[in-house]
Design a protein around this ligand. Structure first.
Ligand code: GTP
Ligand code: MG
Length: 549
């Protein structure tokens, strides 16, 4: 993947990063070309900004990589999606044509039913970015019926795969069959509106399909039978109840149906009567059900790394997992969350750490989310803002990453907790407002009552629903990763931090969040040097223990 490019104008703080392979491929081209000279100048400029020297470049490693040695994985934890079940194929108007049979009977086939939309939560997926890009997911339309009583083929089904821990909420729905049922019911109650003066039912263009060679005068004279009642696929019974609210918190072996395809139209043999053996009409296929959904990841990762900018969170993620998160000696190197997976297996036939999930499954790995750094007043949307505090809220266990070489570690921990705690207060207020709103929230229902008006169209960009509520951050288990312990004079700072945590545990000191029911059972501090991968090996066991709390 290409690193982000930004032009390096004198005085700008954004580094210009050149793709490494681009540089090497240019070696074979004329080295003295003006283009090449410009590239070298830009590369020098880049190194000057990042403070990188030729020596650094020669000695870069996986944990202390060059500024341009990283991979950016696209990520989204929320998306709005419209799913559309496939429409039905049209019925066919056709007649038997054979030698010596002048006017053969009707033999048009029925239209095929539309494709279904399924959803499945699978392990291994960590982000919703692929769905966020698609916006509309549509199942295939059924094929039209054909002559010789050939039914149309079914439309293709679609399967939406989402990460385990996704919540699916319905924002809006348009159910064309509900509209038709409503109209049909009115007709049954008050009689047909479209009946002409002579008592004939008139031609409803949206429902009927007529013989292609028919001239308008013939169409005017034609008598249409009573429209058949709207039909729903038998699969509709498997759809979740509307409005949909699915909590997909387990790996699913089989997909779940969320929108069944519409029924195909009826071929002309259905309209044969003793008086009309050659009906020249068939019905059109039904429109598919449309639903606007909001997908949101409830739990982003098992462990969330919280820290000030440049504390060493991304380096720690690299040391713990195979991640290639971007590392740089400047604030806000990380601009979007990176989720890494820590494999709890040393490939020697025995897991390094034994732990079971709540459902009894043996844990083979756990996920770590490295989010952009927090700064003072982050809860007021300063720095990279609230979006990342939201990610912290979604982790099961928190690791506060504190740079031992950057001044008082206890003060840094208190600052981080203050931001997190302010955010928690703000979320509490937001959730109260949401509860009030939910009482008045009335999404369109798939089975409307006679007095209930059915929405006939979906808004192109519906209002997103409020974020999901989650466990209060201060009640989550946490620990501190005291990093950069390899640097000189960090010993005393670590000792003070350790002492402080012992006092917090004993209740001598208040919890850094100043909240009453905050978690304080066993907050510990792990000294590590992420850059040398020293001390990090104890973290998986610690996380496993805290996950079981
Ligand atoms: N000496 C030493 N340096 C480290 C250690 N961990 C990280 N660093 C350096 O600290 C700098 C910042 O590291 P990052 O991992 O990018 O920090 P970050 O917390 O992800 O920064 P942001 O993404 O900007 O919030 C880099 O130059 C790292 O090489 C460590 O254990 N020891
Ligand atoms: Mg980072």
């Amino acid at each position: 993947m290409f690193p982000a490019r930004a032009h390096c104008l004198s005085g700008t703080s954004t580094p210009f990063l050149y793709p490494a392979f681009f540089e090497t491929s240019l070696v074979s081209i004329a080295r003295r070309s003006p283009v090449h000279k410009r590239i070298r100048a830009q590369s020098r400029c880049n190194s000057a900004i990042t403070g990188e020297t030729a020596h650094d470049r020669a000695h870069s490693s996986r944990l202390d990589p060059r500024a341009d040695d990283y991979s950016l994985t696209p990520f989204a934890d929320r998306c709005i999606l419209t799913v559309e079940a496939g429409g039905g194929g049209h019925g066919c108007v056709s007649f038997l044509r054979e030698k010596y049979i002048e006017e053969g009977p009707a033999n048009g086939g029925d239209g095929g039913s539309g494709g279904n939309v399924y959803i499945q939560a699978v392990r291994g997926e960590t982000s919703l970015h692929k769905l966020a890009r698609r916006r509309l997911i549509k199942a295939g339309r059924g094929r039209n019926g054909q002559g010789k009583v050939k039914g149309g083929e079914r439309g293709a089904d679609v399967l939406i795969t989402v990460p385990v821990g996704t919540i699916v909420r319905e924002i809006q729905r348009y159910d064309p069959i509900a509209v038709m049922e409503e109209n049909h019911r009115k007709t049954e109650l008050y009689g047909q509106e479209d009946v002409s003066e002579e008592g004939k039912e008139s031609y409803n263009k949206t429902r009927w399909l007529v013989y292609p060679g028919m001239i308008p005068s013939e169409l005017n004279r034609m008598t249409f039978p009573k429209l058949p009642p709207p039909r729903r696929s038998h699969l509709t019974a498997l759809e979740p109840q509307a409005p949909m609210w699915l909590d997909l918190d387990q790996h699913m072996e089989t997909p779940m149906l969320i929108a069944a395809g519409a029924m195909g139209g009826l071929g002309n043999p259905h309209f044969m009567t003793p008086f009309n053996s050659r009906p020249k009409m068939a019905t059109r296929g039904d429109e598919g059900l449309k639903i606007s959904l909001q997908l949101e990841l409830k739990i982003l990762a098992d462990l969330g790394l919280v820290g000030l900018p440049n504390a060493g969170k991304s380096t720690l993620l690299r040391a713990l997992s195979n991640s290639r998160a971007r590392v740089g000696n400047w604030a806000f190197t990380t601009l979007q969350p990176n989720v890494g997976t820590v494999v709890l297996d040393n490939h020697k036939g025995r897991p390094m750490v034994r732990s079971r999930r709540r459902n009894g499954e043996l844990r083979e790995n756990f996920t770590v989310a490295d989010v952009p750094g927090l700064i003072e007043d982050a809860h007021l949307d300063k720095g990279l803002g609230l979006g990342f505090l939201r990610h912290i809220e979604r982790a099961a266990v928190l690791a506060f990453v504190i740079d031992l070489s950057a001044g008082d570690a206890v003060a840094a921990l208190k600052l981080l907790w203050r931001e997190v705690s302010e955010y928690e207060t703000m979320r509490g207020k937001e959730l109260n407002a949401e509860t009030e709103r939910r009482v008045t929230y009335k999404p369109a229902n798939s089975s409307p009552s006679p007095t209930h008006d059915v929405d006939t169209v979906l808004t192109p960009s519906p209002e997103p629903l409020p974020f999901l509520s989650s466990t209060p951050i201060s009640s989550k288990p946490w620990f501190v990763v005291a990093t950069k312990a390899d640097l000189p004079e960090t010993q005393t700072n670590y000792e003070a931090l350790r002492q402080y945590l012992v006092e917090v545990q004993k209740g001598v000191q208040p919890h850094p969040s100043n909240r009453k029911h905050a978690w304080r059972r066993s907050p510990s501090a792990v000294p590590v040097s992420a850059i040398k991968a020293e001390g990090v090996e104890v973290i998986p066991q610690l996380v496993m223990d805290l996950l079981e709390e």
